[in-house]
Write a protein that binds this ligand. Sequence first.
Ligand code: PMP
Length: 421
Amino acid sequence: MNTVADPLRAPVATRLPVADDFPILARPVHGRRLVYLDNGATTQKPTAVIEAEARFYRESNANIHRGVHWLSQHATELYDAARATVQRFIGAARADEIIFTRGTTEAINLVANTWGRKQLTAGDEILITTLEHHSNIVPWQMLCEQTGAVLKVAPVNEIGEVELDGFDALLSPRTRLVAITHISNALGTVNPVAEMVAHAHAVGAVVLVDGAQAVAHQAVDMQALGCDFYAFSGHKLYGPTGIGVLYGRAELLADMPPWQGGGDMIRTVSFERSTYAEAPQRFEAGTPNIAGAVALGAAIDYVQALGMDRIVAHEHALLEHATAALSAIPGLRMIGTAAHKAGILSFMIEHIHPHDLGTILDSEGVAIRAGHHCAMPLMTRFGIPGTARASLAVYNDDTDIAALVTAIEKAQTLFGTRKKP
Ligand code: PMP
């Protein structure tokens, strides 16, 4: 790890000149410059995305798939183009392997309620890890209750890594599904997903990857990962809320029953019996978030124009800088120091509850998250109620880290716990 003697002085790589693309960053909060470090919860939106959504409603709005009129066909083309953009972005083999959902949570629930209910029976096993977000735990618990399947949990070590030995030890011919996060939202740990997929496939299990924290921060390729399902949310990728993606391998989707019934997911309907459309329509009942999908396409275009290599280099440099700057604060304990980490810093400050810290930081204009980060079992594993979490995005730079450090020191001064380094 680098030691930065003066946290205010950081290498140039910690800056990407994109802040002007994000209008919200210009608004003050509590009379201070907004320092937005809650990107793990949701990212801010560039003008290109805000405009794409507004432009859709201004110029292209109509319902898709049903209209003979020009505007409906135009809207359908834009929706289909967004699907193709997602397909290319994650290296899916076919556009019909991309299902639009409300987000990661709905994507995971879709798999549980379709593939899961059809495939699992009593005694089958689902393997997850201790790192999982509640949305990659609770749907599987519900599925276990319905089917009699059993949930197994791979451990994490002291620094927040899932060790392959511990993971492998829980794989067996009974393992039907492995559901793992790509990057931990609570600790930033990057899992060795391609290896985990290969090991899971070796026992015949299907693998779902929760990519909510990954797609905005590293290149993601379905062929290289080899997974069967991949879920993510648009709003953590500079896109709108209410739109997300489930990628599913075509062979699996073809064999999955529908979940929600309604318009657009059928082939024929009679009172005796209905037949269903092919994927992805079979899993997109009702009017989807058309404008959201179009704006998600614009978000992906934005990320690709910036260049994933530049994003990765920037966030990595900023993570190293921030890790050194925070670690230099006496009384700060970092939770999660995996060898392979993304831009998430989870920490505790001696004698200050994370919620109190979050409130004091907020009064300084610094937005972080405090709490269990929807990963209560992981907090239990570390014997803590929660952490303070700063999570990075393309528009953050070393001045944000300097503001974070200064605000933490102010909190320590207020609590009378500040020690000289
Ligand atoms: N998984 C992970 C790892 C996440 O970070 C989140 C969001 N915090 C989710 C799942 C759920 O995403 P959403 O609320 O957008 O469905």
